[in-house]
Design a protein around this ligand. Structure first.
Ligand SMILES: [Zn+2]
Length: 54
């Protein structure tokens, strides 16, 4: 029996322009806090903080 439910696919959105730039696989068992990553945003053309979409 395969265990499911530990991994979820999340969308990371730029906090400055709200563009959805990245999809990440999140292990909800290891990572319970909200994702917050500094990544390059093509629309802002710079690195911005990306947050997990609700
Ligand atoms: Zn942006």
């Amino acid at each position: 029996m395969a265990k499911v439910g530990n991994r979820q696919y999340k969308t990371l959105v730029c906090t400055e322009c709200n563009e959805e730039n990245y999809r990440v696989e999140k292990n909800v068992k290891n990572t319970t806090d909200r994702l917050e990553l500094k990544k390059y945003c093509p629309r802002c053309q710079k690195h911005t903080v990306h947050k997990e979409k609700k």
